[in-house]
Ligand binder design. Structure first.
Ligand code: SF4
Length: 232
């Protein structure tokens, strides 16, 4: 089968917040096998879209920015949904740029293949691994996420795990369950992210992030713990 180019839904030319310690461009991969109830990028969920960018053109643009950026983040959508990611990572590294990945760990096999070539990973844990269906609509995604995270934790590649605290599904019990699983895997850095509606308003309902005792309890389990409030 001929190699297919990476399907790209968009590019953010400069970011200071998506790749710690780097000024990076963000490449948003087109397509995601999940359907999170709070998704802010629904246009990136279909495998293809009318307004996709040609990957060779994206690479040319990245090459032109060398000296202004020192890294590239593959984000989504879900980058691990495309086998072409492996070649894309290699080509960006060959340009002398550091590479980061944002992922929900949907393909342990592909993650294992590219892990040696990654400088940092932002890993989304969507729910307790046994409860992925309620958040993502895809029950087996929890098993794959756990397997991917186990590979990442063993790899030595720097990473953080983050969970978006969606008030409709992620309550105190869910957070305790996630935290317990993460400690079993050996995760040291855990970030809880505030969930906003797609139009950036506070999500209705009780948010576990407002429970200061719970935050202290969870924080005590990790070497590095952060509550990341949404920017207005
Ligand atoms: S993994 Fe990300 S892009 Fe995919 S549905 Fe969930 S929030 Fe949206």
């Amino acid at each position: 089968m001929a190699n297919r180019p990476l399907r790209v839904g968009g590019v953010e030319p400069f970011s200071t917040v998506d790749f710690p310690g780097h000024l990076a461009a963000v490449v948003f991969c087109q397509g995601c096998p999940l359907a999170c109830g709070y998704c802010h990028n629904p246009d990136l969920i279909p495998a293809t879209a009318d307004r996709m960018l040609d990957f060779e053109t994206v690479l040319d643009a990245l090459a032109a920015r060398q000296g202004f950026i020192d890294g590239v983040v593959f984000s989504g959508g879900e980058p691990l949904g495309q086998a072409a990611l492996a070649d894309a990572v290699s080509r960006v590294r060959a340009m002398g740029l550091a590479v980061a990945l944002h992922t929900a760990g949907t393909s342990p096999a592909l993650l294992e293949r590219i892990l040696p070539h990654l400088d940092w990973v932002g890993f989304d844990v969507k729910a307790p691994f046994a409860g992925y269906h309620g958040v993502t609509g895809v029950a087996p995604a929890g098993t794959k996420a756990r397997e991917s995270l186990q590979l990442l934790a063993k790899s030595g590649t720097p990473y953080e795990v983050r969970t978006t605290v969606w008030p409709e599904r992620i309550d105190a019990a869910a957070l305790r369950s996630i935290a317990f699983a993460l400690t079993q895997i050996g995760v040291s850095r855990f970030v809880l992210q505030e969930c906003r509606t797609p139009d950036r308003r506070t999500w209705p309902g009780e948010c576990a992030l407002d429970d200061t005792a719970l935050m202290a309890e969870l924080g005590a389990r990790f070497q590095d713990f952060e509550v990341r409030r949404a920017q207005n």
